[in-house]
Design a protein around this ligand. Structure first.
Ligand SMILES: C[S@@+](CC[C@H](N)C(=O)[O-])C[C@H]1O[C@@H](n2cnc3c(N)ncnc32)[C@H](O)[C@@H]1O
Length: 231
């Protein structure tokens, strides 16, 4: 089945609201645990003041977990959708106790220039969840990793992977979102159709000079890219 890209940014108000209200906690926790395992495996402790980036952070659900898990690090969530950044900021300001080591920046990774990225370079950790499939050109993500990562940075990107047939898309929609609000059902289907296969991601990494990263298929619908950035 051919890839069918969806709009990159999630700015529509019904979409932002439905996404912010949905419970993605199981997937969010998987990202956190994957990252903890990657760091533990290297027997490294993140030094205080390390910069952690959450690219395509949406309403900030994963950024918040990262900030709580590494309270001495600086976590920055990046999103190109101003509506998502404003929800993320509202959540940050209303949370008690306030999360001190978290902030958000409105940056469209597909349209930014090197100067926009300068203040967030040198990251020790770069994660993204469900960003890659939104990008019309996947090299936007891989170029961002190369520009933003400090030497030996930990990298973890999790996303949906594209099924082989429309029948498989239907089956996954039935299994996972049949009871969800209509906007989430529509977005899940669109995301499956827009996602990359693990083989395509491996090809992207070779082209980007990032073939040191591991690509794993997880369960019936995810893939994960992880490793350490070596320039
Ligand atoms: C499916 S949401 C995932 C949000 C969050 N990572 C999570 O797991 O809940 C994808 C997010 O990526 C953002 N995004 C898509 N293209 C982007 C780009 N070019 N630059 C920055 N953010 C982008 C969208 O606006 C959206 O908020």
């Amino acid at each position: 089945m051919q890839r069918c890209p969806e709009p990159e940014l999630m700015n529509a108000s019904d979409q932002v609201l439905a996404y912010a209200e949905a419970d993605f906690s199981a997937g969010d926790q998987t990202v956190l645990e994957g990252l903890l395992a990657l760091i533990d495996h290297s027997c490294v402790t993140l030094p205080p003041g390390s910069l952690i980036l959450d690219l395509g952070c949406g309403p900030g659900n994963i950024s918040e977990r990262l900030a709580s898990c590494w309270p001495l690090s600086d976590v920055i969530g990046i999103d190109g959708a101003s509506a998502m950044i404003s929800v993320a900021n509202q959540r940050r300001f209303t949370r008690k106790p306030a999360i001190q080591n978290l902030k958000y920046q409105h940056i469209d990774l597909s349209r930014c220039c090197l100067d926009d990225l300068e203040p967030i370079r040198g990251a020790s950790v770069i994660v993204s969840n469900s960003l890659l499939h939104h990008l019309h050109n996947p090299h936007t993500l891989w170029d961002a990793v190369k520009q933003l990562a400090a030497p030996n940075a930990f990298i973890l990107h999790r996303d949906l992977r594209r099924p082989s047939t429309v029948q498989e898309v239907d089956a996954l929609c039935d299994r996972y979102v049949s009871g969800a609000p209509a906007v989430l059902q529509r977005d899940f289907r669109a995301s499956l159709m827009a996602a990359f296969t693990a083989v395509e991601v491996c090809e992207q990494l070779v082209l980007a000079g990032l073939s040191q990263f591991t690509v794993k298929e997880i369960g019936d619908r995810y893939l994960e890219v992880s490793g350490r950035w070596r320039s």
